[in-house]
Design a protein around this ligand. Sequence first.
Ligand code: NDP
Ligand code: 2IT
Length: 452
Amino acid sequence: MAVSDHVDLSTFMEGVKKRNTGQTEFIQAVQEVAQDVFEFIDDKEEYHEAQILRRIAEPDRVVSFRVCWEDDNHNIRVQRGWRVQNNNAIGPYKGGIRFHPTVTESVLKFLAFEQTFKNSLTGLPMGGAKGGSNFNPSGKSDSEVMRFCQSFMTELYRHIGPDTDVPAGDIGVGGREIGYMFGQYKRITNRWEGVLTGKALEYGGSQMRPEATGYGAVYFLQNMLKHADEDVEGKSAVISGSGNVATHAAEKLVELGGKVLTLSDSGGFIHDPDGIDQEKIDWIKTLKNERRGRISEYVDEFSNASFHEGERPWSVEADLALPCATQNELNEDEAKALVKNGVIAVSEGANMPTTLEGVKVFQEAMIMYGPGKAANAGGVAVSGLEMSQNSERISWNQEKLGDMLTNLMEDIHGKCVEYGEVDGGKAVNYVKGANIAGFKKVADAMLAFGVV
Ligand code: NDP
Ligand code: 2IT
């Protein structure tokens, strides 16, 4: 095929839209990657000819199944479960499981697609996948969550395995849910194997896995700041979310001398002008992980703080912003407000939290913007290390894993710089860097396999 016969970006995207009608999140994720990849492969005939991006944007398979369970009042409940296995060119499928009422096939397809590039960026041998259900764990008893997890795994176990597909946690899936699912997998298969990551330490979990995503997002931020001769110390930060990623990002920022002003949940955000210190973070962790309460309760405990019902924290003035809740939680107007208030860097703990229009605002303002697939890759990277430890039947200590996470995030930052430098090396387009570095490894592996 002659270079001039290449399908152009808009024709490619028309095809994606046509084949995935109504799947807005998936289309958004493909669009964001495709614009950079098209530029990169413009003069690289082999990627065009082999239709590499077209193949990565078509999941290897989407498994959808019924999950039936009984609630505490003996009502029969029916949910839908999925596993989207996007691409296993560079390693077994790997990616989290999300339990949230907003889960749809489109959301899981976008997450599995993103995961493919993210996992590639870690340098570890992991393909991309995501799974989940529209089950809402909020307000459910432990027994209800257990019965749901057991029913979910009773179908999922057929599709996963330590060399096939290794799920982990995500929104609504933490240590409790991983325990119930691992127990059920072991019971059905009669095999103890590293089929899930994010396990507790007693049964094969890894040190640093709970902290890895949030800490990693701050390490990525630190690397971006260092690259621009800046530092976290003394800077204020707005953070969204109050789950695993948000609380650990807050913890690391505070440790490095930053001041955390906000956290949030789906009910609204809290603003604490005194700063959310370690003691307050510990209180939030207990609130969320044990009492399973709402972030609004914070203001009853810490009286200088205010709660802003139904709002997101992006109007609060700060130097740094870390969206750590969910997709599309930071739109164009909110990005403009952050820029107007002088934000210098954004590091995404969540997956695709900023809309395409919001990203454009950050890029035009030339602020440092670390997209989720690079900035939050620390979580899956330590999951990859948990897989290695399980395969070798060993466990590394916290210090070693802490060092490995720090180095992994520095490497990922380095890859983004290598492929994302713009303006003669004066600035870095981290989106471009992450997309191209992530794409290249997967694409080269796919080329080696021929037409499959
Ligand atoms: P958690 O379930 O621990 O916490 C999620 C937080 O986000 C909660 O505060 C939750 O509030 C809030 N949230 C969820 N959905 C919405 C919504 N639709 N609107 C507003 N707030 C919402 O999940 P994690 O901390 O693990 O995940 C947070 C983000 O980080 C996700 O985007 C996830 O994909 C990403 N991520 C997670 C990794 C991990 O290792 N856990 C790794 C890489 C990325 P509420 O309780 O009210 O629902
Ligand atoms: O989005 C993500 O990278 C995760 N939820 C973690 C995936 C994993 O396999 O650890």
